[in-house]
Design a protein around this ligand. Structure first.
Ligand code: HSE
Length: 352
C-alpha cells in the first residue's frame, strides 16, 4: 500500500524518521504492507518542496546536510517549491502528515492548526508534538474520527518507550487508578549529574548539547514539559481531560547543589515526579520534585532515562522504563506510529 507522506517541520526528529524509512523500506513492505513515499517537506527554516510522485529521500537528506535547505533539491518537472505548512497539508496529495514542528508550551500552535487542517482534509497525522495532544485532545480526536483519519502520538510521552500504547493495548481490561513517573529526561539528567558533583548550569548545557532539552529549556526545568505529559496521560489513558493550568507544577530550578549533597548523605534522591490519579471519575495531577529513598525503584532511574508506574486493579503495579528523549528514540516513536497507521489501513482495506 502506497503511503504518501508530508513532513511539516524537518529538524533532527523528522530527518531521523526519513532515514529510518530509507533503511527499512523492504521490511516495511514485507512485514507491514507499507510502501512509504515522502512527497513533501515544509519547514520554516529549511524550505519547502513537493513532488506528487515522491522525492528521493537520500537527496533530501543530502540537501539539508550540505546546504541546510531542501530547496537545493535538483529541479525536475512536477516539482513545487515554497509552499508553507498549511498549503502543503491542504494541496499536496499526502495521505499522512508527520507533524514535527516545535512544541509551543503556551498555545500548542501552529501544530494544533496543522492537525485540524489535516483531519478536515481527510489526512492522517503522526506527531511527537505535545501541544495538540495536551491542549486540544478532545477536539482533535473527534475530528480525526469524523474524517476516518488516524492520529498517532506515541512519542509525546517517553519518546520511543511505549508509555501510551502499552497501558491502553497490552494492559487492556485493567482499571488504572494512578500513574506516576519520571517523564522529563532533561531534568533527570541534570539531577543525576548533580549527584556526581556537576553544577546545575553545566549539566543543563550538556543536556542541551545531547539534544534532550526543549528548544527553550525553561519548559523542562520548570516542569511544564512534564505537566504537558501528565495532561496527555490523563486524556489518553484515564479518558479524562485535565487543563494544564489545573495541575500544580514546580520545577527543579530551585534544587541546589547543597540540597543534592544533603539528600545523598541521607541515602535519598531528588526526582521530578509527575502523578496522575483517578478517584470516582475525578482526575488529579501534580508535578514537583520529591525526595525519595534511594531503594525506591524510581531512584535508580538515572540520566535521560524515564520511568512510569501504572497502578492497575488486576495486574498490580507495572513499571516501564526506557529512554525519554533523543533523536533516534523519538524518530523511532514515529516509526511505531507509521506501522500502526499501516496496520489500520491494511485491516480496513481487507474488510472492504
Ligand atoms: N525535553 C524533553 C525531555 C524531550 O527532556 O524529556 C522529550 O519530550
Amino acid at each position: 500500500m502506497r503511503t504518501k507522506i508530508a513532513f511539516i517541520g524537518f529538524g533532527g526528529v523528522g530527518q531521523t524518521l526519513a532515514k529510518l524509512i530509507l533503511e527499512q523500506q523492504e521490511d516495511l513492505k514485507s512485514n507491514y504492507h507499507i510502501k512509504p513515499e515522502i512527497v513533501a517537506v515544509s519547514d520554516v527554516m529549511k524550505g519547502s518542496i513537493y513532488h506528487p510522485e515522491g522525492l528521493r529521500i537520500d537527496e533530501l537528506l543530502d540537501c539539508v546536510e550540505k546546504h541546510g535547505n531542501v530547496e537545493y533539491y535538483e529541479d525536475e518537472p512536477g516539482l513545487t517549491k515554497g509552499w508553507n505548512s498549511l498549503e502543503t497539508i491542504k494541496k499536496s496529495n499526502a495521505d499522512l502528515i508527520v507533524e514535527v514542528t516545535f512544541t509551543d508550551v503556551q498555545t500548542g500552535q501552529p501544530a494544533i492548526d496543522h492537525c485540524k487542517a489535516a483531519f478536515e482534509n481527510g489526512k492522517s497525522v503522526i506527531t511527537t508534538n505535545k501541544g495538540p495532544v495536551a491542549l486540544a485532545y478532545n477536539e482533535l480526536s473527534s475530528l480525526a474520527k469524523k474524517h476516518s483519519a488516524f492520529w498517532g502520538f506515541e512519542g509525546t510521552v517517553m519518546s520511543g518507550t511505549p508509555a501510551l500504547r502499552m497501558p491502553v493495548e497490552t494492559l487492556a481490561g485493567n482499571e488504572i487508578s494512578e500513574i506516576r513517573g519520571i517523564l522529563n529526561g532533561t531534568t533527570n539528567f541534570i539531577l543525576t549529574e548533580m549527584e556526581k558533583g556537576e553544577s546545575y548550569e553545566a549539566a543543563l548545557k550538556n543536556a542541551q548539547n545531547l539534544g534532550y532539552a526543549e528548544a527553550d529549556p525553561t519548559s523542562d526545568v520548570k516542569g511544564y514539559d512534564a505537566r504537558y505529559k501528565a495532561c496527555i496521560l490523563s486524556n489518553y489513558i484515564m479518558n479524562t481531560p485535565i487543563k494544564s493550568d489545573d495541575i500544580p507544577c514546580k520545577g527543579i530550578d530551585g534544587i541546589t547543589k547543597e540540597m543534592v549533597e544533603e539528600a545523598t548523605k541521607n541515602k535519598k534522591k531528588w526526582r521530578l515526579l509527575a502523578k496522575i490519579s483517578k478517584n470516582e471519575g475525578l482526575v488529579k495531577a501534580s508535578v514537583h520534585p520529591e525526595l525519595i529513598n534511594d531503594n525506591d525503584p524510581l531512584a535508580g532511574v538515572t540520566g535521560a532515562t524515564n520511568a512510569i508506574v501504572f497502578d492497575c486493579n488486576l495486574a498490580g503495579e507495572i513499571m516501564l522504563t526506557g529512554p525519554g528523549a533523543g533523536l533516534v528514540e523519538t524518530g523511532y516513536s514515529l516509526l511505531i506510529d507509521l506501522i500502526h497507521y499501516g496496520k489500520e489501513k491494511h485491516n480496513t482495506a481487507m474488510k472492504l
